[in-house]
Design a protein around this ligand. Structure first.
Ligand SMILES: NC(=O)c1ccc[n+]([C@@H]2O[C@H](COP(=O)([O-])OP(=O)(O)OC[C@H]3O[C@@H](n4cnc5c(N)ncnc54)[C@H](O)[C@@H]3O)[C@@H](O)[C@H]2O)c1
Length: 349
């Protein structure tokens, strides 16, 4: 399978490119980035492919079967749509797009063209998450009636003033960037229930003072004095679904002590806490006693699993759990949280 990587920044270099290189069925033909050194740097570093600046060159090559879209969120929809229309299969990074409307357009073109479009909700390929899904499907938690979602960090605003904190580019802040993973895990484990009502508030507080924001380090680049900060740095929401109720608490930055990044699945027979990116503990009762189980297992690389599954789906046509049709549910929920926040009232979907 011949692949082009569009966008040669952090996620391309840390996950997509190495995972493609590990897959014996894949040849990377193009590294594309609007910053020339990133494209040429990738060719040099990986010793393969051709560096190009314009993604059209990649999608117009009849030899290319598929692309990875690893660019900022504002370009997810245009590049994915152009690529599918040019006959290419697409793995597009999360979030699907900046807005629900853009995600719907991507879904429409996927349906029209029949090309694969999966979104990088990579936790669907994570071993802990799949074990939890299996336990829930087996009924070990009984009825899961409430899921408590916490993606709260003490000081973790990325590239303050840059692309990640500019709504026109990113579409949103902590919710769309981090929350998308957490909400997607819940949706996946719970069988993708429909959202019924959403009440949310998103706050843009700690990052507004770009120069004065205090932190020990910053990811996704240094702060840009005079740059833009018009996204949420924290969010709270109550979401009723056809399955459980979700309470959502997220923040790139909050005046709390420690970061708290976990999901609690509360069932009437048992509960599970998933430490995001790590393992999990099951709390239940057995023979009249309270018990906890913390399974110990070797975790495989979820990004490698995701890329391998994408390659396999292109070859076989197998439908993946990260298909746009399932990811769209989270896009709709996040949009409703933002809309509810703007209107300061509950949204019924
Ligand atoms: N799955 C995950 O856990 C995960 C982790 C990090 C980032 N991401 C997602 O990946 C995407 C990229 O994030 P990143 O951290 O790698 O950002 P980044 O800024 O490090 O890299 C993005 C690259 O895209 C390039 N680019 C921008 N417009 C382009 C265009 N039109 N054509 C070609 N190249 C273009 C930029 O020059 C840059 O090199 C974002 O949507 C982000 O949400 C996902």
């Amino acid at each position: 399978m011949i692949v082009g990587v569009i966008g040669c920044g952090t996620i391309a270099n840390s996950a997509h490119i190495p995972s493609y290189l590990n897959n014996k069925d894949v040849t990377i033909k193009y590294f594309c980035d609007i910053i020339e050194e990133r494209a040429t740097g990738a060719v040099e570093k990986y010793g393969c492919g051709k560096a190009v600046l314009d993604y059209h060159e990649v999608i117009n090559d009849p030899e290319v079967d598929a692309i990875s879209v690893c660019v900022p969120n504002n370009m997810h929809a245009p590049i994915s749509i152009d690529a599918m229309r040019a006959g290419k299969h697409v793995l597009c990074e999360k979030p699907a797009a900046r807005t629900y409307q853009e995600a719907l357009e991507m879904q429409k073109v996927q349906h029209e063209t029949g090309k694969t479009l999966i979104i990088g909700v990579v936790n669907r390929f994570n071993d802990s998450v799949n074990r939890i899904k299996a336990l829930i499907d087996e009924g070990r938690l009984g009825e899961v009636y409430h899921v408590y979602v916490s993606f709260r960090a003490h000081r973790s605003i990325p590239g303050l003033g840059g692309a990640f904190t500019t709504k026109a580019i990113a579409g949103g802040g902590a919710l769309i960037d981090w929350g998308v993973h957490y909400l997607d895990i819940v949706m996946y484990c719970m069988g993708d229930p429909k959202t019924v009502t959403v009440s949310g508030e998103a706050f843009s507080k700690l990052g507004r003072d770009i120069d004065g924001y205090v932190c020990k380090s910053m990811w996704a680049g240094p702060r840009t004095p005079g740059g833009t900060y018009d996204v949420d740095d924290s969010v709270t929401a109550l979401v009723r679904t056809e399955g459980p109720v979700l309470t959502v608490h997220g923040a790139w930055a909050q005046n709390i002590g420690e970061s708290e990044t976990y999901i609690d699945f509360m069932g009437d027979k048992g509960g599970i806490r998933l430490q995001y990116g790590g393992g999990f503990t099951l709390y239940t009762t057995e023979n009249g006693a309270l018990v906890t189980h913390t399974p110990d297992f070797t975790m495989s690389d979820m990004f490698q699993n995701e890329i391998d599954a994408f390659v396999d789906s292109v070859k076989t046509g197998k439908r993946l759990p990260s298909h746009i049709d399932t990811v769209i549910i989270t896009a709709q929920m996040m949009q409703a949280i933002y809309d509810s926040s703007e209107a300061h009232k509950e949204i019924r979907l």
